[in-house]
Ligand binder design. Structure first.
Ligand SMILES: Nc1ncnc2c1ncn2[C@@H]1O[C@H](COP(=O)(O)OP(=O)(O)OP(=O)(O)O)[C@@H](O)[C@H]1O
Ligand SMILES: [Mg+2]
Length: 311
């Protein structure tokens, strides 16, 4: 792979890191029956780690900070990042902490996720400072609102030194408002407004409210991913746009949102407008859906752009 970055930190990600165990099925199970799986896959997961994997595959330098347990699952999660060339020296191995694990049933391109995790992640900002994470050196910080105290302090440091903060979040949760106040690019999942407002909400109105929560000294990009329907983006300097998704024969949509965020950031860092970056991200995420797990192979940048422009 051609690495386009110069030496030095580019993107820091802080968030939950997961071990995903995916079972590929012909039909969705009913209770008290026995089913034959078509395949069993184990891969690293979590929104921030998988977005960082996407970024490194597209030629960037990424570092990850988070917490895992000391057992085999924790080592598996960290190995899955090391193998992709992500700097993991900011990961804390915590005794007695069960590494978050998801069992994912995949059928007909859809995924049903069973999360097994301790809700509060045991990690403090002091621990990252002790590891000498160079917050001030990163151009971007990617967060998931799962570690609000740590992420708020990290966001202050990164923004204070001129960097930008990107948020991916699936559901409203404690601390998210404070994170939004430090976020430059907030692209949430469609599950977020659905949890907050129910199934019928005004998409443009929701994004207008979201953009208004972002700091005035940033680009103030607000977006929502909409599954196979693509995404919607609102930036103050451009009008509201719906960017349609790309038609693919989806095998597994696990991690599509994570790949979307990595790909969006890649295009945005390369100078694309938010709308163009969203088109690229839709294409990358759709191509991901052709393979199993969030870490399925991704074609090179040029091929993704061709696919993005082909539809
Ligand atoms: N079936 C699909 N076909 C094509 N593209 C898809 C499909 N599902 C998802 N995508 C792409 O992936 C992006 C993210 O999907 P989605 O909105 O489902 O993310 P999410 O809710 O955050 O889920 P997760 O984080 O688990 O992937 C969409 O904006 C779209 O570009
Ligand atoms: Mg998501």
């Amino acid at each position: 792979m051609v690495r386009t970055h110069k030496e030095g930190p580019e993107i820091l990600g802080i968030g939950v890191a997961v071990r995903d165990i995916a079972v590929l099925l012909d039909e969705f199970p009913v209770p008290d029956e026995k089913f034959r799986a078509k395949g069993l896959f184990e891969a690293g997961g979590g929104p921030v780690p998988t977005a960082l994997v996407t970024l490194t595959r597209l030629g960037h330098r990424a570092s990850f900070c988070g917490v895992v347990g000391m057992g085999a699952a924790g080592h598996f999660i960290v190995d899955s990042l090391d193998q992709e060339g992500i700097d993991t020296h900011g990961v804390v191995f915590r005794a007695g902490f069960p590494s978050p694990t998801s069992v994912i049933l995949v059928e007909g391109g859809r995924r049903t996720i069973f999360e097994w995790r301790q809700y509060d992640l045991p990690l403090s900002f002091d621990e990252l400072e002790a590891k000498q994470v160079p917050f001030e050196d990163f151009r971007f910080l990617l967060v998931d609102a799962r570690l609000p105290e740590v992420q708020i302090e990290a966001a202050r440091r990164v923004r204070g030194a001129g960097g930008k903060v990107v948020l991916d979040c699936g559901h409203p949760r404690a601390g998210v408002e404070d994170i939004l106040a430090l976020t430059d690019v907030a692209i949430l999942s469609h599950t977020y407004p659905r949890t907050l407002l129910g199934d019928s909400y005004d998409l443009e109105g929701f994004l207008t409210d979201l953009a208004a929560r972002l700091p005035e000294d940033g680009p103030r990009i607000a977006g929502l991913t909409l599954g196979a329907d693509g995404c919607a983006i609102l930036a103050p300097d451009s009008s509201f746009v719906r960017v349609p998704g790309h038609k693919v024969t989806a095998v597994d949509s696990t991690g599509a949102g994570d790949v979307f965020h990595g790909a969006f950031l890649h295009a945005f860092m390369g100078g694309s407008s938010p709308e163009e970056a969203a088109r690229f991200a839709n294409a990358a995420a759709a191509l991901k859906c052709k393979g199993m797990t969030g870490r399925s192979p991704l074609p090179p940048d040029g091929e993704i752009w061709r696919f993005a422009r082909s539809q």
